[in-house]
Design a protein around this ligand. Structure first.
Ligand code: C2O
Ligand code: CU
Length: 458
């Protein structure tokens, strides 16, 4: 089968295509890393292949990926391929889609990668501790014809809560973090280290893939002195546009692909600021220009990415489901009005506070059905809401149509915000819908949606 025919056929025919297979081995285990510069000591971490983030996995769109995972941790783990439309059995959700990988055991994930873009991988087992200790990595799916740029760079953004001796604070899932904004750290890293500078050259065009791998921190990045174009969100192409207010906002688990022309002068420095939290802005790093330019004027090349083979939801004929998020401190709902609330379970989805990954689905969708989820954030807090197995068009926010109808797998909702997302339920199985602030997830903010193949409707 030719590549073009496969792409035109959509997800199901891609899943059957027999392209080349990329083999990767990931060993999850303890490691050490220089998170903060000397004279601080190194930090004991949990790592894939010894580093945090783990190795960047790169595949071509339509390729098969086979990842053999070996668990050398003292506890069970899994890997979830965040944003990739994998078959349910490869989704890495403990007990719901697979038996967790016991210490000393291995598991092989294998799937075809249908969409180009920027994705990431992380454990779905006790992720509030496993991800925080360093288990995460970028997964880049290259377009058959990549954008013309001088450099394709990934920044895995993360934050850590370190003690004075540079060790990771062990207060995972404490009540304050669980009931409020989640575990915000005190040390922000790019690709696992606190950085002073990122070297660039005048005239250079960079495709910058941002991945927010933090448990709870929302980033709002501003590139001083530069015109930034967003070309993809959560891996999916979007009409190239400047970020609203000049700030790229990324909730936990979200990604953005940027194209930046380095229009500064040789030898110059420009700050990259994170201004998301009011009065807590800080400098992430400086863009530091080399003395020699790369070229006199920026590259002239198109910015728009080719679309991925996503099925277009029929909004007019879509089934509509309401999903409400409640709980947290300052909500007036802490007293256990919701099923399962109490004893550290402070968040609920459609009235249920989950205590594990296995639960009755909130609702079932027949496979192939277009649907709209009307999301209601009834809380005083931000929540990045993630749906597994699908990408969804964000069609409205607070009743207003969105400008770009962007595809997302993780939708950041402001306090009290409403959003409508639309997608075709084409991927059969039980799929998580949860907040990606990992402390909120652990404290009940997750649910399951079932997509039923024809003939199984009961
Ligand atoms: Cu990135 Cu359910 O997770
Ligand atoms: Cu949340």
């Amino acid at each position: 089968m030719g590549g073009v025919a496969v792409l035109a056929g959509g997800l199901s025919s891609i899943a059957q295509s027999a392209g080349p297979t990329k083999e990767v081995r990931l060993v999850a285990g303890p490691g050490r890393a220089r998170v903060v510069p000397s004279p601080h000591p190194e930090t004991a971490i949990w790592a894939y292949n010894g580093t945090a983030p783990g190795p960047e996995i790169r595949v071509r769109q339509g390729e098969r990926l086979r990842v053999a995972v070996e668990n050398r941790l003292q506890e069970e783990t899994t890997i979830h391929w965040h944003g990739v439309r994998v078959p349910n059995a490869m989704d890495g959700v403990p007990h719901l889609t697979q038996k967790p990988i016991a210490p000393g055991e291995s598991f092989t994930y294998e799937f075809t990668v249908p969409d180009a873009g920027t994705y990431w991988y992380h454990p779905h087992q006790r992720s509030l501790e496993q991800v925080e200790r360093g288990l995460c990595g970028a997964l880049v799916v290259e377009e058959p014809e990549p954008l013309q740029v001088d450099r394709d760079v990934t920044w895995v953004l993360d934050d850590w809560r370190l003690l004075k001796d540079a060790s990771i604070s062990g207060d995972f899932g404490n009540r304050m973090d669980a009931g409020m904004s989640g575990r915000i750290g005190n040390t922000v890293t790019v690709n696992g280290r606190v950085r002073e500078t990122f070297g660039v050259r005048a005239g250079e065009r960079i495709r910058l893939r941002l991945v927010n791998a933090a448990n709870a921190r929302i980033f709002g990045l501003e590139f001083e002195g530069h015109r930034v174009q967003i070309v993809a969100l959560d891996g999916q192409p979007v009409e190239p546009h400047a970020p609203e207010g000049g700030r790229i906002v990324l909730g936990p688990a979200m990604r953005a692909d940027l194209v930046i022309d380095m229009t500064g002068a040789p030898g110059a420095r420009f700050r990259v600021m994170d201004t998301f939290y009011q009065d807590l802005e800080y400098r992430l790093l400086d863009l530091a220009y080399a003395d020699a330019p790369l070229r006199e004027r920026p590259l002239e090349a198109p910015l728009a990415l080719p679309g991925n083979p996503l099925p277009e939801p029929d909004v007019g004929a879509a089934a509509r489901h309401e999903v409400t998020f409640d709980g947290g401190m300052m909500s007036g709902m802490m007293g256990g009005m919701m099923q399962g609330m109490g004893r550290g379970h402070v968040w609920a989805v459609n009235g249920v506070s989950a205590s594990g990954h296995v639960m009755d689905p909130m609702f079932a969708l027949p496979q192939g059905q277009s649907c709209i989820l009307a999301l209601h954030n009834n809380t005083a807090w931000h929540h990045p809401i993630h749906l597994h197995g699908h990408s969804c068009r964000v069609i409205s926010r607070n009743g207003e149509p969105t400008r770009h109808r962007e595809w997302q797998d993780t939708v950041l909702m402001a306090p009290r915000e409403r959003a409508e997302i639309a997608f075709v339920a084409d991927n059969p199985g039980d799929w998580m819908l949860h907040c990606h602030i990992l402390e909120h997830q652990a404290a009940g903010m997750m649910g399951v949606i079932r997509v039923e193949p024809p003939g199984t409707r009961t």
